[in-house]
Design a protein around this ligand. Structure first.
Ligand code: AMP
Length: 389
């Protein structure tokens, strides 16, 4: 997730900049001012409580802000990220935001401050007052809002300076230039975050060969649980012996074994741009485990790819492979192949269905030669990276 807070005095241009940022990065926009105006228009209890305070240019109590913001965040937990405008506006609200982010298993990437001198703010707001119809866009109220800003809101900066995620731009340099400065900051933020792909597909869909080639192409670390388990068998470790038994029965290897191997791999992979997971997660339980493993590294799944190949083609590919040197213990007979396909059907398909609720699952036609399929996947990943950056 990409979570950004836009900061600055009233009239700094937060609303204007938010419009392009939400579109460009596909973020969910949260303006506490807009939410409060909606409550007022609907004459709700919260709206009525906030009304007089807003009209006088004061700040609405944190208790009210928590209620409106928590609901909005929870209802939109599946979004690409949040863009906050006008929040946090007090030191206390900075803590509230921390708590809300923890609840969502994410964090604020940065707070971007649009610096605009007081007289410029007044001028802009007076201008806006000619058309906005807002009760708080008149000079006396504007002065009061700016006073509230310097007394209660400016201390918020200290909070983020201490966290090391405070960045500023010159808010007077014109809409386009401000836009460019913010884009540059976000580009830098995104380049810091890992790009993690989960590659799905039935056994025989080409996940393994495609996964390795994709990892090389994008500079990602390839995490394939199958080969990691095979290596244990080859090394004839105690774990390897247990794994072999499960393989021969056509069963999945217990989570306790797989988790340890993945944890080790993630911990060893320093300075990588991200991971590409193949053959994991295969069950709903494993999908929760993977979220937890990535969270431990301050990360999450960026894209899910599902390679689709018709069943008969899968069987013929696996059968052909069983007659080559690449034959795995688990596709040495038709019965074992069928069992694996069934295992995928009953356990892994529900995982993909679950991901569809909160992630974009990109389906790729897996028919054709290696390069054709590879190019289709590369296009899909590049589109996703472009959209996110
Ligand atoms: P805005 O649209 O952001 O300029 O907000 C308009 C008014 O709504 C402010 O002057 C405050 O009275 C109130 N308001 C908006 N966001 C907050 C917040 N996070 N905390 C307290 N009051 C807020």
């Amino acid at each position: 997730m990409l979570n950004i807070a836009l900061f600055g005095p009233p009239g700094a241009g937060k609303g204007t900049q938010s419009e392009f940022l939400t579109k460009k990065y596909n973020l969910y926009y949260i303006s506490t001012g807009d939410l409060l105006r909606k409550e007022m228009a609907g004459k709700t209890r919260l709206g009525l409580e906030a009304q007089d305070i807003i009209a006088s240019g004061g700040l609405v109590p944190d208790e009210i802000i928590v209620q409106i913001i928590e609901k909005t965040i929870t209802e939109n937990s599946g979004s690409n990220g949040f863009l906050f405008d006008g929040f946090p506006r007090t030191y206390i609200q900075a803590y509230i935001l921390e708590g809300l982010m923890i609840k969502m298993h994410t964090s604020l990437n940065c707070l971007i401050s649009l610096n605009v001198p007081e007289e410029e703010s007044v001028k802009r707001l007076m201008n806006r007052g000619l058309t906005s119809g807002r009760s708080d866009d008149n000079e006396q109220i504007i002065r009061n809002r700016l006073k509230e800003y310097s007394e209660k809101t400016l201390p918020v900066l200290q909070f983020y300076k201490e966290k090391g995620i405070f960045l500023e731009v010159d808010g007077t340099s014109g809409i386009e230039k401000v836009h460019d400065q913010i884009t540059e900051i976000i580009r830098h933020e995104l380049s810091k975050s890992l790009f993690n792909i989960v590659l799905f597909g039935y056994p025989g869909s080409g996940r393994g060969s495609q996964g390795k080639a994709l990892a090389r192409h994008f500079g990602l670390e390839y995490v394939a649980t199958g080969p990691m388990l095979d290596q244990e068998i080859k090394n004839n470790t105690e774990t390897g012996k247990k794994i072999k038994e499960h393989y021969e029965n056509g069963q999945l290897v217990p989570d306790e074994i797989v988790v340890q191997l993945i944890e080790k791999k993630l911990a060893e992979s320093k300075d990588v741009k991200g991971f590409i997971f193949k053959g994991y997660p295969r069950t709903l339980v494993q999908s929760y485990i993977l979220d937890g493993l990535l969270k431990k590294h301050g990360s999450s799944i960026s894209q899910i790819i599902d390679i689709e190949v018709p069943t008969l083609e899968l069987i013929s590919r696996l059968d052909a492979r069983s007659k080559t040197e690449g034959c795995m213990p688990y596709d040495s007979s038709t019965a074992k192949i069928v069992k694996r396909l069934q295992e995928h059907e009953t356990k892994t398909i529900p995982v993909i269905e679950k991901y569809k609720q909160h992630h974009e699952v990109t389906r790729i036609d897996g028919l054709g030669n290696f390069n054709e399929v590879f190019n289709r996947i590369v296009d899909a990943i590049e589109t996703s990276i472009r959209r996110k950056r």
